[in-house]
Design a protein around this ligand. Structure first.
Ligand code: UD1
Ligand code: UDP
Length: 374
C-alpha cells in the first residue's frame, strides 16, 4: 500500500531545501505526497513554490507583519493541529530549524505521527545564537523519529545528545540538490533581474552580494554590518554592492536608513530563487548571515564572509570556503579588503570542494524513509 508523506513547512529556505524531496517523492509510485504550508513567510515562500511548481494542498496563511515569536508559534501550533486532526499521514517531514519546524514536530508528536527531520544535528551549543533556531532544532531532534544529518559532524552532535545512532542517516544537504536543479534551470532559461540595470550586471565578477536577517543581529549588529558595507562601498568604487533586502521590518529599517542613496549600493527586493542563483554566479564575494547561502556558495567557488559570531556549519570554515567575521565593522572591512586585494588569499578560499553535499541527498532520504516505513 502507498505510504502518505506530509510535508509541513513555512519559510523560503525550508521550501528551497524540501523542493527536491517533494519533486522526487511525487515521481515515486511507493508514496503519496501531501503538502501543508504554514506560510510563516508569505511572499518569500510563494516565490519558491512557483519556481518548483509546487501547489500546497493546505495553506494556513499565518504570517502577520512583524510577528512576534510567541504569536507565530501559537498560530502555527493551532493551524497545524487543525491540519493533523483531518489528515493522518504515515510520516510528517520537516526541514531545518524555523518556528514552523518546531511547531510541526511538537504537534505531530501530540498526534502520535512519526516525524522525519531533514537537516538534523546542526548545533552551535549556544542557545541564543542563532536565536531562536538553536533551540528549535534541539527540541525537534528530541521529538523526531528519523534524522537526516547532512554531515558526519551533524550525526555526531545528535549521538552526543543521546539520539539513537540507528535512527540517524548521513545524507548530505538537500540544498545542493536544489542548487544544482536551479543552476540547470538558469542555464536553460537565464532569468531577468529587472530590479538591476544592465550596467550593474554587465561585468562578470564585479558584484559583492549581501544578505542578512538573523534576529540576534537586530539592533547593534545590523548598524555595524551596514556601516562596514557603506565604508567598503566607498573604498571599492568599481564594485557593485547588491543587497536583496529581507522583508523583515527589523532588517529593512537600518538597511535603508544606512545604505540608501549610495551610488554603488543597490538595495533591491528579495529575489526569487533562480534570479538569486544567477546573481550568485556573477558575484565575486558574498557577505551574509544566512545559513543556506553558506552551504551553496562553495559549489560556485565564491568566498563567503559570515557576519555572525557562531556557526552551526563549521564544515565550510574548516574546509576554507567560509570565514566567520562577526558583526564588528572593523573585522568585516579588514577581511573583505584582504580578499579583494590579495589574489592568493582569494584563490585559496575560492577553490574549495563543497563539504555539504553532492546533489543526491534527496534520493538517500527517500530510501531511508522507505526502510523506516516498511
Ligand atoms: C525566519 C526564521 C529563520 C529563517 C528565516 C529565513 C523563525 C523564528 N525564523 O526568519 O529561522 O532563517 O525565516 O529567511 O522561524 N516577512 C514578510 N514577507 C515574507 C517573509 C517575512 O513580510 O515573505 C516579514 C513579516 O513582517 C514577518 C517578518 O518578516 O512578520 C518576520 O518573519 P519571520 O518568519 O518571523 O522571521 P524571519 O526573520 O523571516
Ligand atoms: N535566497 C533567495 N533570494 C534572496 C536571498 C536568498 O532565493 O533574495 C535563497 C538562498 O539562495 C538560499 C536561501 O534563500 O537558498 C536562504 O534563505 P535565508 O537566508 O532567508 O534563510 P537561512 O538559510 O538563513 O535560514
Amino acid at each position: 500500500m502507498k505510504k502518505t508523506i506530509s510535508f509541513i513547512f513555512g519559510t523560503r529556505p525550508e521550501a528551497i531545501k524540501l523542493a527536491p524531496v517533494i519533486l522526487d517523492l511525487k515521481n515515486d509510485p511507493r508514496f503519496t505526497v501531501h503538502i501543508c504550508v504554514t506560510a510563516q513567510h508569505r511572499q518569500m515562500l510563494d516565490q519558491v513554490l512557483e519556481i518548483f511548481n509546487i501547489v500546497p494542498d493546505v495553506d494556513l496563511n499565518i504570517m502577520k507583519p512583524n510577528q512576534s515569536l510567541s504569536e507565530l508559534t501559537a498560530n502555527a501550533i493551532v493551524g497545524i493541529d487543525n491540519y493533523l486532526k483531518t489528515h493522518k499521514p504515515d510520516l510528517v517531514l520537516v526541514q531545518g530549524d524555523t518556528t514552523t519546524v518546531f511547531a510541526a514536530s511538537l504537534v505531530s508528536f501530540y498526534h502520535k505521527i512519526p516525524i522525519g527531520h531533514v537537516e538534523a544535528g546542526l548545533r552551535t551549543n549556544n542557545k541564543f545564537s542563532p536565536f531562536p533556531e538553536e533551540i528549535n532544532r534541539v527540541l525537534t531532534s528530541h521529538v523526531a523519529d528519523i534524522h537526516f544529518a547532512p554531515t558526519t559532524l551533524s550525526k555526531e552532535n545528535l549521538v552526543k545528545e543521546g539520539v539513537a545512532p540507528d535512527t540517524i542517516s548521513i545524507t548530505g544537504n538537500t540544498v545542493i540538490d536544489a542548487l544544482l536543479l536551479a543552476k540547470e534551470m538558469v542555464k536553460k532559461n537565464p532569468p531577468v533581474i529587472s530590479s538591476l540595470s544592465a550596467n550593474v550586471l554587465k561585468n562578470e565578477k564585479s558584484i559583492i552580494l549581501i544578505t542578512g536577517h538573523r534576529r540576534e543581529n537586530f539592533g547593534a549588529g545590523f548598524e555595524s554590518m551596514c556601516a562596514a558595507i557603506a565604508e567598503l562601498a566607498n573604498e571599492f568604487p568599481t564594485y557593485n554592492f547588491v543587497y536583496p533586502v529581507h522583508l523583515n521590518p527589523n532588517v529593512r529599517d537600518p538597511v535603508f536608513r544606512i545604505l540608501g542613496n549610495k551610488s554603488n549600493i543597490f538595495l533591491i527586493e528579495p529575489l526569487s530563487y533562480l534570479p538569486f542563483v544567477s546573481l550568485m554566479l556573477r558575484s565575486v564575494l558574498i557577505l551574509t548571515d544566512s545559513g543556506g547561502i553558506q552551504e551553496e556558495a562553495p559549489t560556485f567557488g565564491i568566498p563567503v564572509l559570515v557576519m555572525r559570531d557562531t556557526t552551526e556549519r563549521p564544515e565550510g570554515v574548516a574546509a576554507g570556503s567560509v570565514k566567520l567575521v562577526g558583526t564588528s565593522k572593523d573585522m568585516i572591512k579588514k577581511v573583505a579588503r584582504e580578499l579583494l586585494t590579495n589574489k592568493t588569499v582569494y584563490n585559496s578560499m575560492a577553490s574549495v570542494a563543497n563539504p555539504y553535499g553532492d546533489g543526491k541527498a534527496s534520493k538517500r532520504i527517500i530510501e531511508h524513509i522507505n526502510k523506516f516505513l516498511n
